[in-house]
Structures are given as structure tokens and as C-alpha cells.
Design a binder for this molecule. Structure first.
Ligand code: FAD
Length: 326
């Protein structure tokens, strides 16, 4: 057993062979995570002291990040006591992951390649989650990850699901699925939820169906509106063409500066052009006084992290969920 020290004098013991993420979880310590396969960077941690080895390649880290002492806790096992520059999130009281049955309650195409899906969970399953988290939908012998697009105060779970060409679940959903089909879900998973902050600006970036958890976060903020009176809230939603921007904020209690961004706009498009991360810079937001939540493609997340940090965002003020393939 090795001793793993975190910020704020928190520590836990981790057996050699266990990943740091699993070791933490066994002792009810919660570290940031999402994909659990070394690809997405959500569990990135800076090693202050000690050694560890990767059980799987850390494809989510660049050579430069590795040389600066960063690791991904979802694939690393300790080979000595360790000190990591990360926080324990257990104060957010995350629910334990469980598997429950669900039935399709509603299914409808909202653009040529995005489906809105509602799943009904039996009330006695008491399935609770934090806005922004995701679940795995289990269908026969495979499972796929999808972010919940609504807040936990609703009775159904809502999803925005893209038709990934050649994808197994995509094929089922876009060709065969019907109301009352039975699907199991496993969750809630991940740590893409809102963190209280003293920073003035709360900036959301989403591409494509990456808007799903961002919508949930914004609607949760709207439910607790008075908490955000002093904040400047921004939403940059990017797609290729206008039909990709299938949702826009309609909120009562918080004010959101909404910036739709198209990468393949036609001549009449009056809004921002290019990529969401570039649009953030053109708004001249003081990134040193901001937190940034990004969800969508892996490339957008990598680029926006680098660009935002290079322009003043503090490294620990960037939260993301990368929609990588399952
Ligand atoms: C935490 C998390 C949350 C997610 N939430 C959502 C969500 O809310 N909505 C949503 O639409 N998607 C979401 N995704 C992405 C989704 O889980 C995957 O794209 C999934 O693999 C699609 O399943 P499929 O069976 O249709 O395709 P698969 O059978 O898994 O894939 C078949 C082929 O399609 C390609 N492919 C599949 N997914 C991707 C991808 N994301 N990027 C590039 N190529 C891909 C693969 O390369 C493969 O060749 C999320 C992923 C993660 C990790």
C-alpha cells in the first residue's frame, strides 16, 4: 500500500496494481474523471512528488505535458508514496454508480443527424445524479456513453445523440428504436458538474451534441438563479452549419451571453465564424477571472484548453468532457 497525498491535507492508501482513481474510489475519495481509458484528460493530475507507472498508454497527454510531470490517474498505479496537486471532490456527494432498467418514452429527430431521446426510469429505482454527468446505455452485449441533457428535477432523462456513421448504437437508434423499448442504464458517471467559484466569468463551450451536459448545467444554474447574479455567463455553441445549432438557451433567472459559431457558414450568416475557442478570444473575456467548461469533440477540448490557458485561464479552472468513441 502506498500513501497518496492530495490538496488540503487529504490522503488515501492505494494498493500497487490499483489505478489511483480506483484506489481513491475504494476509500470514498472522489477524483476528477470521465472516460477511464487514458484518452480524455479529465483525470489529469500534476505529480508533486513520487513515482507511478501507466497500465495503459496515456494517449490523452502530450509529450510536453508528460515532461512537466502530468499523469492520468485513471491508468496510473503508484510505485511509491505520491503527492498529487489535485482535490478530493467527495464534498459534492456523488451518487454511487448503479444499473437500472429504463424504457424509451420519446424519440424524435431534431436535425438530420441528431436524435432526442427520453428514457423513463422506474420511480422506485431512485436514480439521482448531478447535472452534467453522463450514463452508459447498455444494449445487449455492448454499452455506450451519453450525457444527460436535463437537470435531476425532471422525471425522464433526456439525451441528444448523434448518428455516428457505422456506429452500432447509432444504427439501432436511428433505424430500429421505438417507444417502450427496454434499455438498461449504468450511472451516474463522471465529474463534469458545476463547481462553486469566486471567479467572475463562467464560460461554456460546446460543439455538436456536446451541448447536452452544458444545457443541463445552465438549466441547473437557472433553477438556483440568485446564486449567479454577480456572474457573467457565456455560452459558445459551435457547429458546421445552422442545423447543427439545434438548441438555444431559454432561461428565466440567469442572463447568458449566447454566441452561436459556425465553421462552415454561408454568406448570409451574421454570427461568429470559425471555432468556438477562437470566438471566446474575440469576446475579450478576462480569462484570468474565469472558469471554463468545454464539452464536445476531443480536438476542440484540446485546442480550447491550450488556447485558454495561454491567454490567462488558470490550469485548474478548465473542466471538460470529451465525446470520444466508446
Ligand atoms: C463521457 C461521454 C459522454 C458522451 N455523451 C454523448 C452524447 O451526449 N451524445 C452523443 O452523441 N455522443 C456522446 N458521446 C460519444 C458516444 O459515446 C460515442 O461516440 C459512441 O461510440 C457512439 O456509439 P455508436 O455505437 O453509435 O458508435 P461505435 O459503434 O462506438 O463506433 C463506430 C464507428 O464510429 C466512429 N465513432 C464513434 N463515435 C465517435 C466519436 N465520438 N468521434 C469520432 N468517431 C466516432 C468510430 O471511430 C467507429 O469507427 C459521449 C462519449 C463520452 C466518452
Amino acid at each position: 500500500m502506498f500513501r497518496i497525498n492530495l490538496k488540503n491535507d487529504i490522503h488515501f492508501s492505494c494498493a500497487s496494481g490499483d489505478t489511483l482513481l480506483d484506489g481513491a474510489q475504494k476509500q470514498s475519495i472522489v477524483l476528477d474523471y470521465s472516460c477511464k481509458t487514458g484518452r480524455c484528460q479529465s483525470c489529469k493530475a500534476k505529480v508533486v512528488k513520487g513515482t507511478s507507472v501507466a497500465k495503459m498508454e496515456e494517449t490523452g497527454l502530450s509529450a510536453e505535458e508528460k515532461s512537466r510531470g502530468y499523469i492520468l490517474t485513471c491508468v496510473r498505479t503508484p510505485t511509491s508514496d505520491l503527492t498529487l496537486d489535485v482535490e478530493d471532490l467527495s464534498a459534492y456527494s456523488l451518487e454511487k454508480v448503479k444499473t437500472v432498467p429504463s424504457k424509451i418514452d420519446f424519440i424524435s429527430k431534431i436535425s438530420s443527424n441528431v436524435m432526442e431521446l427520453h428514457l423513463r426510469i422506474p420511480p422506485n429505482a431512485s436514480f439521482n445524479y448531478l447535472s452534467g454527468q453522463y450514463i452508459n446505455i447498455i444494449k445487449g452485449d455492448y454499452k455506450r456513453s451519453y450525457s444527460i441533457a436535463n437537470t435531476s428535477s425532471a422525471s425522464n432523462l433526456v439525451f441528444f445523440i448523434k448518428n455516428y456513421e457505422g456506429g452500432r448504437f447509432s444504427h439501432y437508434l436511428f433505424n430500429e428504436a421505438k417507444v417502450n423499448d427496454l434499455l438498461r442504464i449504468e450511472g451516474p458517471i463522471g465529474t463534469f458538474f458545476y463547481r462553486k467559484t469566486n471567479k467572475k466569468n463562467v464560460v461554456f463551450l460546446a460543439t455538436g451534441t456536446g451541448i447536452a451536459p452544458v444545457k443541463a448545467l445552465l438549466e441547473q444554474m437557472d433553477e438556483n438563479g440568485s446564486e449567479f447574479i454577480d456572474k457573467n455567463i457565456y455560452l459558445f455553441f459551435g457547429g458546421r452549419t445552422e442545423e447543427d445549432l439545434f438548441w438555444k438557451p431559454d432561461l428565466k433567472n440567469i442572463k447568458v451571453r449566447f454566441v452561436p459559431v459556425l465553421s462552415r457558414s454561408h454568406a448570409d450568416w451574421k454570427g461568429a465564424k470559425g471555432h468556438v475557442q477562437e470566438a471566446v478570444l474575440s469576446e475579450e473575456i478576462d480569462l484570468a477571472d474565469s472558469v471554463l467548461y468545454a464539452c464536445g469533440s476531443e480536438n476542440m477540448i484540446k485546442d480550447s484548453r491550450e488556447l485558454a490557458i495561454a491567454n490567462g485561464l488558470s490550469e485548474d479552472a478548465f473542466y471538460s468532457d470529451a465525446f470520444i468513441s466508446s
